[in-house]
Write a protein that binds this ligand. Sequence first.
Ligand code: DP6
Length: 329
Amino acid sequence: MTPGTMHARASARANIALAKYWGKADLEHNVPAVPSISLTLDQLVTETEVCFVEKLESDIVVLDGRPTTAPEAQRAIAMLDRVRRTAGLRWKATVASSNHFPTSAGLASSASGFAALAAAATRAAGLELDSEALSVLARRSSASAARSIFGGFVELPGGQPGQRSLAARQIAPERHWDVRLIIALTATGPKSVSSTDAMERSRKTSPYYQAWVEHAPRWAVAIKRAVCDRDLAALGSAMEQSTFAFHSCAMTAEPTILYWNQATVAALRTVSGLRERGVSAWSTMDAGPHVKVLCQAADAPRVQQALDRTPGVLETRVARPGTGIEVLS
Ligand code: DP6
């Protein structure tokens, strides 16, 4: 390593929540109000390089080769500051992050981004954190990122205000269950309202938010059991409820947040239609218009074909269970 520099590179993959996180118990410490369960994917990989440089005057953050917007830079620098405090380091850093996404159509994931940054920044600073500590660090920046530290099936418990040490943990490794997730893109461009803003607005204004917080843990329990039992129908049914319940909170916020477009509804109908014809396929969505469909590996070609034929669906991708973070150098 060049004298006066400390460098590391790491990668992380996106995850899809099977039981959804929506709403914070503590805004400052970014503690989720409800438990969530996810599947880390083999697609949507972020690779991040961090270099602390003795002579650098300020942090430089580059995303996919372009300088970041001020809010993007602030979020990354907040994580660098935490790492510097822990390591007793003063040097500023350059951060270069690239998303190896199969598409640029608004699927950018803060989960893979902050998981990769947590791994690269701590290693560059000379810290040897275990996965739990990395998950806590990633969660502070984006709660879904806490889950991308681990591969396979992962849970992040709901927390209490002030619960700084909340971390995700693996329920089962990626080889536990060879499911497929078909991602149907229904729009291009970034989402209308960020998940962080939308869940805060839901918490403050939706009359359904309290009901969501009360019910979400039950779906998480059902989904965890279904993952352990490899019971796709039980998982899918609870996953769809969890998805539609959090979207109901967003829709009933003031002002309303409606992520769906016509192709979203068409894709959801394609999936329920497949089920009527005996295919065990189940929808989930995040804070955006895209539809993601969980099914058995053997059914993936049929599900993908049906989604490809759905009016308004622009592109589909098939993801498999993926691994957690990797430190590359
Ligand atoms: C709908 O993790 O992006 O995708 O913690 O504010 O960064 P912050 O939110 P974020 O929210 C993800 C919400 C979701 C559901 C999920 O991934 O659990």
